[in-house]
Design a protein around this ligand. Structure first.
Ligand code: 1CP
Length: 363
């Protein structure tokens, strides 16, 4: 591993390990993105995947929210996308403006079109380079998060060919071809393990797995088709980190909408942190998981359009809810930030978290 500057703010890592911190660390999913004018400026001259594949540009964009919200924000997340894994497996992905696969997997026979062996160093080396460059550029100000998409979420894009409201095609696969589906999910999971281990080697200090479409499955089907791969990833990443003498970094699972599986995930998934969407009450989530895992989340991202007083009262309520029990808590939204939010309202969100999550000093 490269020599990196010492970390000056370890709130995120302490909370992820379950520590009750003096205030909640805070960051925002998709914090580098279209709501920032400095991002849109770079985007005028460069394609989305061009940015992901150019370490200097990815580093610049990752650093933008850290610069703008310096002293208020406690983590950076590498600028990339979950869809770089399907690309590495041999699929073409365009971004116009949402993700689009010109040649999706229509039937199980189409799986033959995927690469049988995926060399992540060759296919995704640009992400590793961007991580190493960013980690140096951050100068230890905040930790750097690496990530990947969960196999079920990636499977849905690879079969649907883009975003979907009904999940008709990918659900037809799991219900009609369960064995072939599990085989493909397993192949995606293998690439995710290699990719996440490579990210730690390159400098990532925490790993997050995004299962954005977990909530589209019944709890039975989540157990059957998503959970086994999520568990496989947490177990194998840790084993491989250990075997390679790499730091055993904390791992976060964001299984959006899987709130009915929260207790099960806390007990069995092997992740240190569970990310929550806004549909579950913070105190209820804490009661369900006890102090077994740290929690992350979970303000409704749409509150960021509602003005400062609404943001303040929602943050206050969220802080009170997460403080009802013991265990680490990382403040965040319940899903990614969306375009059109005023960056000053994001600043206000951070300031409110600082104010209302601060633990009162013992007398
Ligand atoms: O701070 C950051 O912006 C971090 C980088 C990041 C991450 C973590 C991006 C940049 N995308 C993601 C993850 C991602 N990508 C997820 C998981 C998180 C989530 O659920 O929000 C998903 C589902 C995607 C797929 C994707 N990529 C979408 C969603 C489309 C849909 O199906 O609804 C979109 C719009 C993208 C493009 C994208 N990725 C990232 C940005 C900033 C953008 C906007 C594209 C642009 O600049 O034109």
């Amino acid at each position: 591993m490269a020599d990196f500057p010492p970390l000056k703010n370890d709130l995120l890592l302490r909370a992820a390990r379950g520590e009750d911190t003096e205030r909640a660390p805070v960051w925002i999913m998709r914090q580098a993105g279209r709501y920032l004018p400095e991002f849109r400026k770079v985007r005028e001259d460069h394609g989305f995947f061009e940015i992901c594949q150019t370490p200097e540009l990815a580093t610049e964009i990752t650093a933008q929210p850290i610069r703008r919200y310096s002293g208020l924000i406690d983590a950076s997340i590498i600028f990339s996308d979950i869809l770089v894994v399907p690309q590495a497996m041999g699929m073409e992905v365009l971004m116009n403006p949402g993700p689009q696969f010109p040649d999706p997997l229509n039937t199980p026979e189409d799986v033959q079109k995927l690469k049988t062996v995926v060399d992540v160093n060759k296919e995704l080396g640009y992400v590793f380079e961007a991580l190493t460059m960013t980690r140096k550029e951050l100068k230890g100000e905040v930790p750097l998060i690496g990530f990947c998409g969960a196999p079920w979420t990636l499977f849905s894009y690879m079969i649907e060919g883009g975003g979907t409201k009904t999940f008709q095609k990918c659900k037809t696969w799991i219900f009609k071809y369960p064995e072939e589906s599990k085989e493909l999910l397993g192949r995606i999971a293998e690439v995710c393990v290699d990719f996440l281990v490579g990210q730690v080697k390159a400098g990532a200090q925490l790993l997050q797995v995004f299962d954005s479409w977990a909530g589209e499955l019944s709890s039975h089907d989540f157990q059957e088709f998503s959970f086994p791969t999520l568990h496989y990833i947490s177990q194998h990443v840790r084993e491989r980190l250990k075997a390679n003498n790499l730091p055993i970094v904390p791992m976060t699972l964001f299984a959006k909408g899987a709130n009915t599986s929260l207790s099960f995930l806390a007990q069995n998934s092997g992740y240190d942190v569970l990310g929550l969407d806004w549909c579950i009450d913070p105190a209820e989530a804490r009661r369900i998981v006890g102090d077994k895992v740290a929690l992350q989340g979970n303000m409704d991202p749409m509150l960021l359009y509602a003005g400062k007083p609404a943001i303040e009262s929602a943050v206050k309520r969220m802080c009170e809810g997460f403080h009802t029990g013991k265990g680490g808590w990382i403040a965040n939204l319940g899903h990614g930030i969306t375009p059109g939010v005023d960056p000053d309202d994001v600043r206000w969100f951070f300031e409110c978290v600082h104010k209302y999550s601060a633990k009162k000093q013992a007398l």
